[in-house]
Design a protein around this ligand. Structure first.
Ligand code: DX5
Ligand code: ZN
Length: 220
């Protein structure tokens, strides 16, 4: 099943609970929470307290995307807050094996995120350990950016590589996905689509999410 993960980064921050409930009711599979530290990316967003609050409000898995330097320091905090999936950036950790092992020891799904210009071979020694791979399809830091077209090729190359290795690792993509371009992306073979502004900045977020979920069924 193709999963849709609405990113609350583009929701109205004064109405996050309502946004999450709307998304859940309209068919979202996962809630994506972007953690930015002002160092790895220039922007600042949420901390573990928000994750803990949302854990009380939804039964959907919470997908915590750590765009932070020194992710090892934060993994236990987000684990305690109730994250279900935790992804860290290849570019932000010098000890990937150690950090991915820590996430798995805490019984969370462990993902590695790659920026658009980071080559796939950076994860060749650790891919078998991963629960998912998160390909950034914009440069991380903000919602509402354009999907970088060269990422289509990267998605299909990763898909084929996973198949060659006879692994079953879902590919999550993040950035610039909307109702208008999602079909092309689904054809590339993604398993999980993060969508922020393509849901929450639309005139009718609920209707848009329902339409997106409907479209995914054609590609399952
Ligand atoms: C960007 C974040 C994304 C962001 C995507 O750095 O990692 O999760 O919310 O937003 P859209 O879908 O608007 O590109
Ligand atoms: Zn994200």
């Amino acid at each position: 099943m193709i999963k849709i993960a609405p990113s609350i980064l583009s929701a109205d921050f004064t109405k996050i609970e309502e946004s999450v409930k709307m998304a859940e009711e309209a068919g979202a599979d996962v809630i994506h929470i972007d953690i930015m530290d002002g160092h790895f990316v220039p922007n600042l967003t949420f901390g573990p307290q928000l994750v803990a609050c949302l854990k009380e409000k939804t039964s959907l898995p919470l997908d915590v995307h750590l765009m932070v330097e020194n992710p090892r320091k934060f993994i236990p905090l987000f684990h305690e807050a109730g994250a279900d999936w935790i992804s860290i950036h290849v570019e932000a950790s010098s000890h990937l094996h150690k950090d991915i092992t820590l996430i798995k020891e805490l019984n969370k799904k462990a993902g590695l995120a790659l920026n658009p210009a980071t080559p796939l071979h950076m994860i060749s020694e650790i891919i078998e350990e991963l629960d998912f791979v998160l390909l950034m399809t914009v440069n991380p830091g903000w919602g509402g950016q354009e999907f970088i077209d060269s990422c289509h090729g990267k998605i299909t190359r990763l898909k084929n590589w996973i198949k060659e290795l006879k692994l079953d690792i879902p590919i999550e993509i993040d950035g610039g996905v909307k109702l208008e371009n999602i079909e092309q992306i689904l054809k590339d073979g993604v398993d999980i689509c993060v969508i922020g502004s393509g849901i929450f900045k639309e005139k009718n977020p609920r209707e848009t999410l329902i339409k997106i979920k409907e479209l995914t069924k054609k590609y399952e």
